[in-house]
Design a binder for this molecule. Structure first.
Ligand SMILES: Nc1ncnc2c1ncn2[C@@H]1O[C@H](COP(=O)(O)OP(=O)(O)OP(=O)(O)O)[C@@H](O)[C@H]1O
Ligand SMILES: [Mg+2]
Length: 450
């Protein structure tokens, strides 16, 4: 008989005691999250006969360093490690399997298997797809003699490809469909909670304090809005969000911007006032709309008296399909969405324009205002991250947060001719070219007259 004596801090105790369906322990660095995850899973394995547990990290190297080595030490004489299966087997029939998901599809290897408990270490390193795929394996395995409510435990720091879904569920608590608020518990972890580090490694707190500003806010204080890698740190909820019901100035020009895809149609309704300020006042985000459905829906959502001048859309809409000989442009036009123009899809120049709009003051404020009625755009803009390889481009992952920002980019690029250089001294002169071919749109003369 070997006794394992552990001394959890207050937050770790809360993590141990939670039996919510999904418990996340996270925030800043060094709070004792991995320790708590390891101990929690061991306690479950010892206390529940036959329980099947899966502990995952993104890579094998991380798994070995962070868990395999310390667990092997703690469980010596308590459980047997079977290296071929990468699992600890306990005398009472319980099992802790260690796994990793290096590529997105690696997660599929766990499909068809059943684990009463799944621990996801550094959950923000996993994509939303991987998380959802894993929830399918989180069920009763049939090996336990007593009843048990399946659940998942997460540890996480801000940042990473999974930042958006972890933040949505545990920080913003913005639930969708059948997600129930009572299923999600977040316990904030800070290095200051960890007596072990505070007493034995005082330099670590100093190291965190010396990080660059945004990263320090994220890693020392667990600020989910401030993680390094935000593509638009200029975005500021205080400055850029318009309360519902705000009025768009008389004489504004109305238009729409569309990023069509079967996986997601994103459309923004926009207005440009006489000083060049842009207002985004309505959005549509919906998946699985065919071209004709998307066109009809956009028309339905536009009140008859709203004088939309044009809809700027992704250029691939003009590609002809081999089978029908028709393009997306043809189908949308036939379904009532006329006056479509091709967006300028230069990504780097486009993002630069978005950045200028976000930070530029004409007289007394920024030149871009987004209505509260556009929750997807408001959620997505601060989550966009830098591309790992092209530093001036935004990352394409997580894909679900790219749709409304892309539509915004098309919208702002379409207004370039309306930005007189004399008013916008900080814009480079190369920005004021207008290269939309005139044969793409009826009423083109009217379009370029302002
Ligand atoms: N209750 C505890 N008793 C003893 N040691 C602890 C306890 N909690 C944490 N530690 C130790 O503190 C150190 C940091 O903890 P841990 O690695 O779990 O932090 P973390 O929050 O996972 O950090 P990171 O954000 O870097 O992943 C480790 O050496 C760990 O073993
Ligand atoms: Mg850790």
């Amino acid at each position: 008989m070997r006794e394992i004596i552990i001394e959890p801090n207050e937050k770790q105790r809360a993590f141990f005691e939670s039996n919510a369906k999904y418990t996340a322990y996270g925030g800043a660095r060094g709070g004792g999250k991995s320790w708590a995850m390891r101990m929690k899973l061991i306690l479950l394995a010892l206390n529940y006969k036959g329980i099947q547990i899966l502990l995952l990290r993104r890579t094998l190297a991380e798994l070995r360093e962070n868990h395999l080595l310390p667990m092997t030490k703690i469980l010596k004489g308590v459980a047997v490690y079977v290296s071929g299966e990468k699992e600890f087997r306990f005398k009472n029939g319980s099992r802790i399997k260690l796994g990793y998901c290096e590529s997105v599809s690696d997660v599929l290897q766990f499909q068809g298997q059943a684990y009463e408990v799944i621990g996801l270490e550094e959950a923000t390193h996993f994509t939303e797809f991987q998380f959802f795929a894993l929830t399918e394996s989180n069920r009763i395995s049939g090996n336990m003699p007593s009843p048990f409510k399946p659940r998942m435990y997460f540890t996480c720091n801000p940042g990473g490809v999974g930042h958006a879904w972890v933040k949505r569920l545990f920080i913003d608590r913005d639930f969708r469909g059948s997600e129930k608020p009572e299923d999600y518990l977040f316990i904030k972890s800070l290095v200051f909670d960890n007596k072990f580090v505070m007493e034995n490694d005082k330099g670590y707190v100093e190291t965190l304090k010396n990080l660059p500003d945004a990263r320090r806010r994220a890693m020392l204080y667990g600020d989910w809005d401030a993680f390094e890698g935000a593509f638009f740190p200029e975005f500021d909820r205080e400055k850029h969000i318009l309360p519902q019901g705000s009025r768009i100035p008389d004489g504004s020009i109305y238009f729409r911007a569309l990023d069509y895809g079967l996986d997601m149609t994103a459309c923004l309704w926009c207005a440009c006032d006489s000083e060049g300020r842009i207002y985004i006042y309505r959005e549509l985000t919906e998946s699985n709309l065919t071209l004709s459905e998307a066109a009809r829906k956009i028309c339905e959502l536009t009140p008859k008296d709203e004088p939309i001048r044009y809809t700027v859309a992704s250029p691939d809409l003009w590609n002809r399909r081999q089978e029908s000989g028709k393009s997306g442009y043809d189908i949308m036009t036939q379904n009532g969405l006329t006056r479509l123009i091709k967006a300028d899809n230069s990504r780097i120049a486009g993002w630069r324009i978005v950045r200028e709009y976000l930070k530029h003051d004409i007289v007394s404020g920024p030149t871009l205002a987004i209505s509260e009625c556009c929750p997807d755009l408001i959620r997505s803009l601060p989550l966009l991250r830098f591309d790992e390889h092209i530093r001036e481009d935004a990352s394409d992952t997580p894909h679900e947060i790219t749709h409304t920002p892309e539509a915004l980019r098309y919208a702002l690029m379409s207004r370039r001719p309306a930005l007189p250089p004399k008013k916008r001294s900080s814009f480079s002169s190369s920005v004021y070219t207008f290269d939309t071919p005139s044969d793409q749109i009826e009423g083109y003369e009217e379009l370029i007259e302002y």
